[in-house]
Design a protein around this ligand. Structure first.
Ligand SMILES: Cc1cc2nc3c(=O)[nH]c(=O)nc-3n(C[C@H](O)[C@H](O)[C@H](O)COP(=O)(O)O)c2cc1C
Length: 328
């Protein structure tokens, strides 16, 4: 990938935006494991980005790149303003959320209900591109909603964002049920229909299409990559982050879990000077030994030490499972 193409949607594997998960500490951890994966922030409303005087929603470590800021909103001007700030802050891609099914979001006229308004989304994308200083603008969506679930509307939506200049479309291969299901149920109940995403890629070969939803193994990732341009992993990447290392280019791969742990201890000690608590950083590391002997003990140790100052992170080196410490 050349420098111009170093943005998350250009990566073969990326970690999905997840509220209360993919904060800057989580992304730093994922980056250690996966040097070549695309990373996304949690969704932030465009108005919040535009009005935060301290730039707190744009804070990130340069090591996190290639990194995308995910914006929520449907006001082209506010989205454009937030995009300009994000580009100035060094984000490599700005992503518009058109897939969140939460009722709160729907009241604000953004998220998944935007699938019903392709022209407005196109207007938003065009406005964002004007202020993105050449950074790619992308959209994350679903295959439809309970009001509009056929292939025709998905294709029309994708065409509209492509014509407006979106560099990629990430598609969660489920419909969003806009009434009656919680956001959590909306991630599990509607069936996965990967065929719709493949069909979209076949219909629009020039659009970069990223598939998302329920993908949980390296074998599944490889199979999807034969049909689409990229794979976005959400819950699996969070629960079993070592999978990200296994999916990385062997030449750049993280040498081992203990290496990642030591690097995170160093990071936490540094963050401790800024007042972070240890738990705010280590909560994202609970899955580091997922599937390994001693994984439960590791999780319990993290919980026990969560209230300590981050500067005391060194204690965690003794909490890793014994076999991992011996092997390191
Ligand atoms: C806790 C949580 C928070 C999420 N927050 C966001 C978000 O901020 N923006 C977004 O586009 N999707 C969000 N999602 C949806 C994920 O990006 C992804 O589309 C979904 O989890 C399906 O992928 P998966 O099956 O690989 O987890 C969230 C998912 C979870 C589990």
């Amino acid at each position: 990938m050349n420098e111009m193409e170093r943005f998350p949607a250009a990566c073969r594997v990326s970690v999905a935006p997840m509220m209360q998960r993919t904060d800057r500490h989580c992304r730093y951890f994922h980056r250690l494991l996966a040097p070549d994966a695309g990373l996304y922030t949690e969704m932030v409303h465009a108005q919040a980005v535009a009005h935060a005087r301290d730039g707190r929603f744009l804070k990130h470590h340069p090591a996190e790149r290639p990194l995308a800021l995910q914006l929520g909103g449907s006001d082209p001007e506010a989205l454009a303003q937030a995009t300009a700030l994000a580009a100035g802050a060094g984000f490599d891609e700005i992503n518009l959320n058109a897939g969140c099914p939460s009722s709160r979001v729907r009241v604000g006229r953004f998220g998944a209900c935007l699938m019903h308004e392709p022209e407005l989304v196109a207007e938003c994308v065009a406005a964002m591109r004007e202020r993105s200083a050449g950074r790619p603008v992308t959209v994350k969506t679903r295959i439809g909603t309970n009001h509009q679930s056929g292939f025709g509307p998905l294709l029309a939506f994708a065409q509209a964002v492509q014509e407006a200049g979106a560099a990629a479309l990430a598609v969660h291969a489920r419909i969003a049920v806009l009434e009656g299901l919680s956001p959590k149920e909306n991630r599990n109940v509607p069936p996965l229909r990967y065929g719709m995403v493949y069909r979209l890629k076949d219909a629009l070969p020039n659009l970069r299409v990223i598939i998302n939803g329920g993908i949980s193994s390296a074998a599944e990732v490889s199979a999807h990559l034969r049909r689409v341009d990229g794979v976005m992993l959400g819950r699996t990447a969070y629960a079993n982050p070592w999978l990200l290392a296994e999916l990385s280019d062997p030449a750049a791969r993280c040498p081992g879990r203990q290496h990642a742990l030591r690097a995170m201890v160093e990071y936490a000690c540094h963050e401790g000077q800024a007042g972070s608590s240890l738990g705010a950083i280590t909560c994202h590391m609970a899955g580091l030994y997922a599937g390994q002997p001693g994984a439960g003990g590791w999780r319990r140790a993290l919980a026990r030490h969560a209230g300590m100052p981050a500067g005391e992170a060194g204690v965690l080196l003794e909490c890793a499972p014994v076999h991992a410490r011996r092997a390191a």
